[in-house]
Design a binder for this molecule. Structure first.
Ligand code: ASP
Length: 452
């Protein structure tokens, strides 16, 4: 009985996902002209609950990242170790992205998507590609000129930078601010508990998000774009099941299947929200509580990865470049493709972990090699579905690097990694208020006010 309950969160989320998919496809196939369903269901209830769910995930991100980073830095207790963890994770993030885009380009060259694509008769969106921000601005934005504004806007790189500096300062000051560190630890506990609360209703949110997306994005949309769509999917699958798992095994010798099983939940969230940023709380929870990576590493590598590591996005950009070059009959040559690899790595650093930004950053890659930006209009129609898939790959890459860095720093609990039940969500345990605490609160509330 208890066993059944422990598995319930992942199962419920996956069930929500599958039911949402079926509902969405049924609506799209049979009721696409039904105004009532469109108004009250797809754009009514599904839209509302889905948007509320995304907001509740986003609500968790900034406080969780801030407190867990401060605690993480204080937990490391050594500024040199922090530098080491930072360097290792940055290099691994760049390496995995470069491998991802190279795989995508090679596969796309083999498949040749877009070679027979006729421009005539195809609906080319007239939307001009939005301008991608210059990469220099991404680096400038790491330093928050106004931390309050940075926190209010949820700008991750600035938040990470500032929280690390606060943690380092606390470490340097030491004993006099011990209480403050303890306070941050308590607030971190609260932030993690909020994650559990939101996760308890996640299956409903996931159902609504997926049902709405599939009700609007019919499968028929895929047909003219099938070669592009399936090439991206193939490259994503290769990266997910071969590259990531192989790298994990080579660097850690851990069982890759255990890793995959424990990441299922976070992947379902990433797929449903199409946002690495909104998934940070779930990824962090999976990496820390299910894979056993110590908070001092995970609190740093997970938000950083969600912000600068986009393997799946780079894959889409690689295939899209080859596809657009084929459609317009432009030969890029080896130098062109090397440029694409370099630009996609930079674009990955500059891509915020929110839905659809990868497509905007594609403009930066295309313009660098002289491909027409209108090409983005062609692939726009199928981008939402690919966005969901690539976001799941993005966060899996973050978790793999976190595990590798955790292992290399001897900061991972191997028993937790190997325990299939570790960190599983038991609603009875997690949600119910501790009875002692409840009684104490009640006593405080009931006690008469003392006169001053
Ligand atoms: N949605 C992706 C993410 O959040 C970014 C993108 O490729 O658009 O990771």
């Amino acid at each position: 009985m208890a066993e059944r309950k422990k598995m319930s969160l992942t199962m419920k989320v996956l069930l929500g996902l599958i039911l949402g998919l079926i509902t969405g496809v049924i609506i799209n196939t049979f009721f696409s002209d039904n105004v009532f369903i469109d108004t009250w269901l797809t754009n009514g209830i599904f839209h509302m609950i889905g948007a509320m769910f995304i907001s509740s995930l986003k609500m968790l991100v900034v406080p969780l990242v801030t407190f867990s980073l401060i605690c993480g830095v204080c937990g490391i207790g050594d500024i040199r170790a922090l530098g080491r963890i930072g360097t290792k994770s940055f290099l691994l993030y760049v390496l995995t992205t470069a491998i991802a885009i190279s795989t995508a380009i090679v596969l796309a060259q083999l498949v040749g998507p877009g070679k027979r694509f006729q421009m005539e008769g195809k609906e080319v969106a007239k939307v001009a590609a939005k301008e991608a921000p210059p990469i220099t601005q991404v680096f400038i934005d790491i330093i928050p000129s106004n931390p309050v504004e940075t926190f209010a806007n949820g700008e991750m790189l600035g938040i990470i930078f500032y929280a690390i500096l606060v943690g380092v300062s606390l470490l340097i000051i030491g004993r006099p601010v011990k209480r403050l560190v303890e306070g941050a630890e308590m607030l971190n506990e609260v932030a993690m508990k909020l994650v559990d609360l939101v996760m308890a209703v996640a299956h409903i949110g996931v159902f609504c998000l997926i049902a709405k997306t599939f009700a609007q994005q019919g499968i028929g949309l895929l047909m003219p774009m099938a070669s592009y769509f399936f090439t991206v999917l193939g490259a994503l699958a290769f990266h997910l099941f071969v590259t990531i798992l192989l790298l994990l095994w080579v660097f850690t010798r851990f069982n890759p299947l255990t890793f995959m099983r424990k990441m299922r939940n976070a992947q379902a969230f990433a797929f449903s929200t199409a946002s690495s940023n909104a998934t940070i709380p779930v990824t962090l929870r999976s990496v820390h509580e299910r894979l056993g990576v110590n908070n001092s590493v995970a609190s740093f590598t997970v938000p950083l990865g969600a912000t600068i590591n986009m393997d799946g996005t780079a894959i889409m950009q690689g295939v899209a470049t080859v596809f657009i070059a084929n459609v317009y009959g432009i030969e890029l040559g080896i130098v062109g493709y090397l440029t694409v690899i370099g630009m996609a790595v930079l674009a990955s650093i500059g891509t915020a972990g929110v839905p659809g930004v990868g497509l905007i950053m594609l403009a930066m890659v295309l313009s660098q090699v002289g491909l027409p930006l209108e090409g983005i209009g062609i692939i726009m129609g199928v981008d939402r579905l690919l966005d969901m898939c690539r976001t799941a790959v993005n966060i899996t890459g973050d978790a793999m690097v976190s595990t590798v860095v955790g292992k290399s720093e001897d900061n991972i609990d191997v028993d937790i990694y190997n325990d299939p039940d570790a960190g599983t969500f038991d609603e009875d345990e997690e949600i119910h208020v501790d009875e002692d605490v409840e009684r104490e609160f009640q006593e405080i509330v009931d006690s008469p006010l003392e006169d001053e």
